[in-house]
Ligand binder design. Structure first.
Ligand SMILES: Cc1ncc(C[n+]2csc(CCOP(=O)(O)OP(=O)(O)O)c2C)c(N)n1
Length: 801
């Protein structure tokens, strides 16, 4: 029998297609270099002159050609398989690549008609890049198709996973920088594949861009053996497909083949899960693109190697305007792409090349998932009033505010189960934060192994828990940016871990709110429970209320901070937050049984106003108060009301006003924040000249910062957390920080000379009480009965309103 000749593997690309793709890549590279350097002469119709060069050269070349290479290859598979795909640029400093490609595919000019697809448009495209009044150098919000600026490295994979949760047809191609891969968030993000449900979620295709260097260092992943890298990625559960080299022709073939293989594997995994019902965790494909940094750029400049080294990271020819040799090198570099073959005389991309790009919303710059507000649907909301705590009298003991909220969130999850557009994210704290009721309706999504005894784990669920605040934040951001809703619940102290991610998201919201073509997305909602005052198990390390200090620095149009004093207020606030758009809402709430103050009707009014006098608690009806007792936060509210009841009993002649703050931004002047009170409104509440004893949840300086322009600022005395804490009793935590009822009364007496001898006597009694408290807790390990069993006593004049 004649032996069959082994068939050569079928090439993914015909030579003709490969040539065209290579030309498209050249066009993208040309546009990228043009953006970094050219002030004029966009098609090099005349010899390059000094006047054609920008004065300030700002941007990053090194990563750009690799990303251009990736983009042209993604275009091919989008067309071939009709993929619904978006691109996430981890090294977002490769902004020229994303801008160039969205320009070539036509989306850029559709959004920005001024940047037309002709010579005049090219000139503007080049000029605007990293230029005053133009666009930033990254894959910024201004860039069509971007959900990820990539300015702060580390979040590309978690954003990508967030985007594909509940988007079964979406594939996110995520370029991960090999430098970026050294960051903590990115290193953990590889594990996201254990949370992906192949039946109901989409797919992420990571492309590790192994170009070997960062700004001025090699990357770790490029300096371990290929075997070690492969084992590492396999250990994370991926199947890496390597594309390695620098010679464009074989690289095109290899990349095309790898992408075909990756798409086939993704489709197979999805089909197995969706059609055959396979439940075993799949091993998803990924690509390792090992290509030179600064590929196709200048090889040597001033005797130093550039291509394939860290020196290509930013602007390889730093001084062409002053150095004729550099000018020549730049001209040679630009000409090496043969723009005359790529663009016609009018500056339009040759039509046979333009045909390589997908069309309509299949273009990655036009995919609606990357402008999530387009896809955003309102949540189906239960009526939060149905979850109200009955408060027959102020001070009725509650079960813990977040436990009440849990039932409401359970039903939000339930009602939106079929829409599949709401998820709760948290670092292993959904139970610990008191939201256990959520698990009556849904599970934690988990695609790794389970063993008998595990709780609430399932391949599909609305709760996403991984012990990485970075992943929770990144996933949620990706989920929101692609048009869905969510909530991040976290211990208050550890939300600081994502301070910087919050920064980036708040910046994104600020910029996108000013771009008319970007639709508003759902707000990023933080529920910070297990807060500073009740860290009974954990003590000092878990006590840090400073996240809100950080948050209020951001643009007033974007940030909102709420400290509901009880469960009905919490329900009202969270309902509002889940309906809101394009904000960052921070809500701080307690989980321990605590007094409830307001009926639901009163809570709705109070939260709608955001700040108000609790007339039922004070006795200044119809007259000017002698003192204002202000409070913000659940524990400070409790201590303030306990202080007020002491003052009313022992100093009955004093006229006391109680002001409670739910919406912290009310304190800022109206000019500073849209929620801010006018000076007149502020003075009406806090007076212009009376002492204000302000019990605050967090660091006292924040209240001063927010109120320093108010007329009565000099009389505002704030008590809050001052870094005193340990494992101790709940009341002792307030004592350690002078926020307790006794110290609040002493504070008031010190500022009210009219209390005379009676005041002094009371002060002495309270100082003794503080000693008594200390002795008692040291002996018994719990608070004195009069503290534990304290109840607000309504007086005839003190009915709730
Ligand atoms: C969190 C963070 N740290 C530092 C930087 C500064 N920085 C910008 S680019 C870069 C190197 C990036 O290397 P890599 O991810 O490999 O990207 P590429 O080589 O493709 O440019 C660094 C350190 C940053 N942008 N973000």
């Amino acid at each position: 029998m004649k032996k069959k000749k082994p068939r050569a593997p079928r090439r993914a690309l015909s030579p003709a297609l490969r040539d065209k793709m290579h030309a498209y890549w050249r066009a993208a590279n040309y546009l990228s270099v043009g953006q970094i350097y050219l002030y004029d002469n966009p098609l090099l119709k005349r010899p390059l002159a000094l006047a054609d060069i920008k004065r300030m050269l700002l941007g990053h070349w090194g990563t750009t050609p690799g990303q251009n290479f990736i983009y042209v290859h993604l275009n091919r598979i989008i067309k071939k398989y009709d993929l619904d795909m978006i691109y996430v640029s981890g090294p977002g400093h490769g902004g020229p690549a994303v801008v160039a490609n969205t320009y070539l595919e036509g989306t850029y000019s559709e959004i920005y008609p001024n940047i037309s697809q002709d010579e005049a448009g090219l000139r503007k495209l080049f000029l605007q890049f990293s230029f005053p009044g133009g666009i930033p150098s990254h894959a910024s919000p201004e860039t069509p198709g971007s959900i990820h600026e990539g300015g702060e490295l580390g979040y590309s994979l978690s954003h990508s996973f967030g985007a594909v949760f509940d988007n079964p047809d979406l594939v996110v191609a995520c370029c991960v920088g090999d430098g970026e891969a050294e960051t903590g968030p990115l290193a953990t993000a590889w594990h996201s594949n254990k949370f992906l449900n192949p039946a109901t979620d989409g797919a992420v295709l990571p492309i590790l861009h192994l170009n070997g260097y960062k700004i001025s260092n090699p990357t770790l992943l490029a300096r371990i053996s290929r075997e070690e890298l492969e084992q590492l990625l396999r250990g994370y559960g991926w199947t890496p497909l390597f594309v390695e080299g620098h010679d464009p022709a074989p690289m095109h073939d290899a990349m095309a083949a790898a992408l075909d293989t990756a798409v086939a594997q993704i489709k197979k995994i999805q089909q197995n899960a969706r059609v055959r019902g396979h439940v075993k965790r799949p091993r998803w494909p990924m690509i390792v693109l090992n290509s030179p940094k600064g590929w196709t750029g200048p090889k040597f400049v001033d005797g130093k190697k550039i291509e394939g080294t860290f020196r290509s990271h930013q602007v390889p020819l730093s001084d062409p305007a002053a150095n004729p040799a550099h000018l020549k090198l730049l001209e040679d570099w630009l000409k090496s792409y043969h723009p005359e073959e790529l663009f016609d005389n009018e500056g339009r991309l040759q039509s046979e090349l333009a045909d390589l790009a997908p069309t309509g919303t299949r273009r990655m710059g036009a995919n609606p998932h990357a402008n999530g507000g387009i896809l955003l649907r309102d949540l189906r909301m239960p009526d939060f009033r149905d979850y109200a705590v009955d408060v027959p009298v102020p001070g009725t003991r509650g079960i813990g505010d977040t436990h009440v909220l849990g039932k409401f969130l359970r039903d939000v999850a339930k009602l939106n189960q079929s829409q599949r557009n709401f998820r709760i994210f948290g670092p292993d704290e959904t139970l610990s934060n008191g939201l256990e009721a959520v698990f009556e309706a849904t599970k934690r999504q988990w695609d790794a192994a389970t063993v008998p005894g595990d709780e609430f784990l399932a391949p599909a669920g609305r709760v996403m828990e991984v012990l990485s605040e970075h992943q929770c934040e990144g996933w949620l951001e990706g989920y929101l940016l692609t048009g869905r809703h969510g909530l991040f619940n976290c211990y208050e102290a550890f939300i600081h871990i994502v301070d910087s991610m919050f920064n980036q998201h708040a910046k994104w919201l600020k910029v996108t709110s000013q771009l008319p073509w970007r639709r508003k997305i759902a707000s990023l909602n933080y529920l910070l429970a297990s807060h500073v005052w009740r860290q009974d198990h954990n003590g000092f390390t878990h006590q840090d209320p400073g996240f809100i200090d950080h948050v209020v620095n951001k643009k007033a149009e974007i940030v909102r901070v709420y400290l509901p004093p009880d469960a009905n207020c919490l329900l009202s606030v969270i309902d509002h937050c889940l309906r809101s758009r394009h904000y960052v809402n921070v809500v701080v709430a307690g989980k321990h049984p605590a007094p409830q103050w307001l009926t639901m009707d009163a809570a709705v009014k109070h939260c709608t106003t955001g700040i108000g006098v609790w007339r039922w608690a004070g006795n200044d009806h119809g007259v000017a108060p002698d003192v204002v007792m202000a409070c913000c936060g659940d524990v400070p509210t409790l201590e303030t009301l306990a202080a007020v009841s002491l003052m009313r009993r022992h100093l009955p002649d004093l006229k006391i006003r109680v002001v409670n703050v739910v919406d912290l931004m009310k304190l800022q002047p109206q000019l500073e924040h849209p929620h801010g009170l006018s000076d007149r409104e502020f003075d009406e509440l806090f007076t212009r000249d009376k002492p204000v004893i302000f019990a605050f949840h967090a660091y006292p300086t924040l209240i001063h910062k927010l109120t320093y322009r108010r007329a009565n600022h000099a009389n505002i005395h704030v008590r809050g957390y001052k870094e005193e804490g340990t494992i101790t009793t709940p009341f002792d935590m307030t004592v350690l920080n002078d926020l307790d009822r006794f110290d609040l009364v002493i504070d008031a007496i010190d500022r009210l000379p009219q209390t005379g001898p009676k005041g002094l006597q009371l002060k002495q009694q309270l100082q003794e009480k503080l000693i008594e408290h200390k002795l008692y807790i040291d002996k018994y390990g719990e608070d004195m009965p009069e503290i534990r069993n304290w109840k607000w006593e309504p007086t005839p004049a003190a009915k709730p309103v």
